[in-house]
Design a protein around this ligand. Structure first.
Ligand code: ATP
Ligand code: MG
Length: 561
């Protein structure tokens, strides 16, 4: 049953070995265990693709489990968004949707069992003293004065903790391991604490809540997980994971750590993303500039492009930063094949074709996707007044500027060659329109005498164009590593003030009047665009750019000017 379709990695090698030796009776059962304290981001997608992908390729199972043991930060809104996002990515947990909170009773019983086995005790030290008693990496800790309470006393106190007899922070339940352990995490870690807080699912039923390390390994055990895959930060926690299961003689999954995804120009921490939302640096969790799955979905990313990205980056045992361009490229690769081409002029400059008959309109044939002839052609209207991009004209062109300038000839895509004859300016000297001559012999875009032009411009007919708001997004952060910042500063100092540009004068070809919210378009020479599903209304689409094209010209031009 070894996976044949997918490239292997160190996790799959461990699983292959376990299957060979018959460990876990040749089952493969993984889980994706989000805490419902925020929206999922692209880092979570890596974990989702890994866990559900392994289950799929080994004919195993993958559970979706909410790790909801901390009532202070968790909400139903997050549960709903997480289930929606996992489904959107294309994965199915079938009937295996679980909540760690469903195990509260079982977890409590396990804690009682640990006490009975002399492996846990109720400690009355305040939290800051527990910290001091823990020692440092270089110095062993000191035993708590409550460490040697009898089993009976511990059982009595733990029951009273549950019954709400004590205040928050008055007492905790701790594992009795080793205050001199070189693993700090093994110095009698806290297993349960008191919290008088409403839980989003269990309400007021509980006032003692298990800590992550206690709840997580036992939830995995209860669900019969075989391979518990988590990120590298939990490498140290593995000792505790293994200790708890061993001391309880519980079914024991194998924890395996891999490197979390870090992306350039991006922060991937729910705490920081929450801060961006709460401080209104963005317009919500689904702001198209957010690295959340809901932001990427609204931006126009497809689930398949995200899955392909996750597969391409693979999994490793060391941390690194992946270039966000890889994510953008995964989308370009897909949309290049599937997105219909359209013409849109984002910053229009009026062009009057002086020799074109007044009042005439004709339809020209435009190819929908040169990569896919099956997508056919569409008619695009042409007339005496058209718009081109302001950037496509220079009165005083630098060297190697091949686009339109006085006296120069260029091609209008799918239409005609035009030559610039006159530049019209307003009283302030701003260019307001061009007068050009068109060559009727070049209809369709080729000259019968085979003369060449060096540039092809996109355009729209002024009389037929539609107007729509267009948003151009850039990276939310201007620093490649926004999490690195000076002492006393906060990552928000790196926010890019130009991450959102709003264009109100754009002119689009008329076929975009029926633009579909599910379709990604390529606006020729500008990139891939999407109808914003939140801001648009039926009659008034708002377009935004998902990603630019790889625009080598822009780079050349920047160097030159
Ligand atoms: P954050 O650091 O963003 O707050 P988290 O690890 O606290 O994330 P959880 O809800 O606990 O968020 O994560 C659920 C699962 O997703 C965990 O198994 C975690 O290891 C994994 N995960 C979280 N962030 C990343 C990431 N950047 N790359 C890969 N996996 C991740
Ligand atoms: Mg977490």
């Amino acid at each position: 049953m070894e996976s044949s379709k997918k490239p292997t990695n160190f996790i799959r090698e461990i699983i292959d070995d376990d299957l060979k030796t018959g460990k876990y009776a040749s089952r493969v059962h993984t889980r994706f265990p989000p805490e419902p304290n925020g929206y999922l981001h692209i880092g979570h997608a890596k974990s989702i693709c890994l866990n559900f992908g392994i289950a799929r390729d080994y004919q195993g199972k993958c559970n979706l489990r909410f790790d909801d043991t901390n009532p202070t930060k968790e909400e139903q809104e997050y549960v709903d968004s997480i289930t929606q996002d996992v489904r959107w990515l294309g994965f199915d947990w079938e009937d295996r949707l679980y909540y760690a909170s469903d195990y509260f009773e079982k977890l409590y019983a396990y804690a009682v069992e640990l006490i009975k086995r002399g492996k846990a005790y109720v400690c009355d030290l305040p939290l800051d003293e527990i910290r001091v008693f823990r020692g440092t990496v270089n110095e062993p800790g000191k035993d708590s004065p409550f460490r040697n309470r009898s089993v009976e006393e511990n059982l009595g106190l733990f029951t009273r903790m549950r019954q709400g007899e004590f205040g928050e922070g008055d007492r905790v339940l701790r594992a009795k391991i080793d205050m001199a352990s070189p693993h700090m995490i093994m110095r009698d870690p806290i297993l349960y604490r008191i919290r008088y807080e409403r839980h989003h699912r269990t309400g007021e039923a509980w006032c003692v809540y298990p800590m992550y390390d206690f709840a997580h390994c036992l939830s995995d055990s209860i669900e019969g997980i075989t391979h518990s895959i988590c990120t590298l930060e939990f490498e140290n926690n593995r000792a505790l994971y293994d200790w708890i299961l061993a001391e309880l003689d519980a079914y024991h999954p194998q924890q395996i750590e891999f490197a979390r995804l870090n992306l350039s120009y991006t922060v991937l921490s729910k705490r920081k993303l929450l801060q961006l939302v709460e401080k209104n640096h963005v317009c919500g969790w689904d702001d198209p500039r957010m690295p959340t799955l809901s932001g990427l979905r609204r931006r126009g990313y497809t689930p398949s492009s995200i899955r392909n990205f996750c597969e391409k980056i693979g999994v490793a045992k060391f941390n690194s930063i992946i270039d966000v361009a890889l994510l953008e490229n995964a989308l370009r690769e897909e949309l290049n094949k599937t997105a219909p081409r359209r013409m849109a002029v984002l910053n229009p400059l009026k062009v009057v074709l002086t020799n074109y008959p007044e009042g005439q309109t004709e339809e020209l044939n435009a190819v929908n996707n040169p990569e896919d002839p099956a997508m056919g052609t569409r008619p695009v209207p042409f007339s005496k007044i058209i718009y081109i991009e302001q950037d496509d004209f220079r009165e005083d062109p630098p060297k190697k500027f091949y686009r339109l300038s006085p006296g120069k000839e260029v091609r209008l895509r799918y239409a005609y060659f035009i030559t610039c004859e006159q530049v019209i300016k307003d009283a302030q000297g701003n260019i307001v329109e061009l007068h050009c001559a068109y060559d009727p012999a070049t209809r369709g875009g080729d000259a019968p005498d085979k003369r060449k032009v060096k540039a092809t411009l996109h355009w729209v007919s002024a009389a037929h164009a539609i107007s729509a708001p267009v948003r151009i997004y850039d990276h939310l952060f201007s620093a490649a590593a926004p999490e690195a910042h000076a002492e006393g500063e906060d990552f928000t100092v790196h926010l890019n003030p130009h991450s959102l540009e709003m264009l109100s004068g754009a002119k689009l070809e008329p076929s975009l009047k029926q633009a579909d919210v599910r379709t990604r378009y390529q606006f020729e020479r500008h990139g891939y665009f999407f109808v914003d599903p939140v801001e648009s209304t039926d009659k008034n689409p708002v377009f935004h750019r998902i990603v630019p094209l790889r625009d080598t010209w822009a780079k050349i031009e920047k160097k030159q000017l």
